[in-house]
Design a protein around this ligand. Sequence first.
Ligand code: NDP
Length: 392
Amino acid sequence: MSLLCVPLGRCPPGGAGQAACVFQVLLYTSLPDFCHKFLPGYVGGIQEGAVTPAGVVNKYQINGLQAWLLTHLLWFANAHLLSWFSPTIIFDNWIPLLWCANILGYAVSTFAMVKGYFFPTSARDCKFTGNFFYNYMMGVEFNPRIGKWFDFKLFFNGRPGIVAWTLINLSFAAKQRELHGHVTNAMVLVNVLQAIYVIDFFWNETWYLKTIDICHDHFGWYLGWGDCVWLPYLYTLQGLYLVYHPVQLSTPHAMGVLLLGLVGYYIFRVANHQKDLFRRTDGRCLIWGKKPKVIECSYTSADGQRHHSKLLVSGFWGVARHFNYVGDLMGSLAYCLACGGGHLLPYFYIIYMAILLTHRCLRDEHRCASKYGRDWERYTAAVPYRLLPGIF
Ligand code: NDP
């Protein structure tokens, strides 16, 4: 570890970026999870993903929480004890690192494309549309892998981008203190609320194996470049804005933002947990203290086999068909409101998330309608609204 970190402060940004990325690859591939051995309730270690369209069930080494903890321990050790590099290092090299992230994003997407054509991990799960650019953008391979454990989708979705998210925010807070002599409550709110979201992601990494990104999307530029560039650079705009415009919120404003962020997070987490629990227990669970209402459904996979599944009609899944997205949107709005009303830039995130999640909702419903047919129609009759009851 020290070999990787000692030279960082003196490294050119490209070298530092590469070292950080190699460090994350090592943490992912070489350090089996130990967090599940001492953190009650945390599910880590080797876990199974969902059945792919070709009927494959992949195994994953879930160790993201451990990678996040070790990376942040090193960050704090550096800031308070070791002083190998300045905690403002990310902010100070923001533009050179953007170049590095782009090179990585395009290299990974191009490699994934070539791999899909010439040496795919599971040929039966590849998708060729006949349109070269679409294949590049949306991906050919479903779950590209190198060796037994290096899974492109799991690695690039979570690391380096999501590990970096909280580090980037910490670097912005350090820069604000350096430039203005103090860290404002707005910067603290953005750091805390986004850290809750990031830690939640890693705490629930096993659940993440069942989300659309892993279960349905192929790995191409959309995920490869998106995870390396779009996520770390655009999801962190609030912190960046606050470095240049140090907003100090009134106490009622700050409390309002905190409340919105926490309620949003609660809805997001509980809704996702309800579906996960329901699917894991095959409906043998309690949702809001009662036996859940269920719609039994069936579908045929690409290999012609008939499968049975269940749709949950209780809890938040009975309020609207994607109420988990509503919680996410409330949290996203809270990050933006923390920046006050001085500029539109920090509101990019909520505008983007509203478009992303509305589009995702429509895309998912289209897929579910063709997968479940009449059974999906029964669900939409029982739960008529997509996001907001009475509105949409
Ligand atoms: P969901 O977790 O909502 O998963 C949708 C899938 O769940 C459907 O395809 C279907 O899959 C199944 N499903 C749908 N309705 C039901 C039901 N009533 N009962 C049981 N299963 C059902 O979607 P995502 O994976 O998109 O999102 C997961 C979370 O991640 C969300 O909270 C979202 O806000 C967040 N997210 C955040 C992003 C960010 O950039 N910050 C980006 C994307 C998502 P099946 O085929 O198995 O039936």
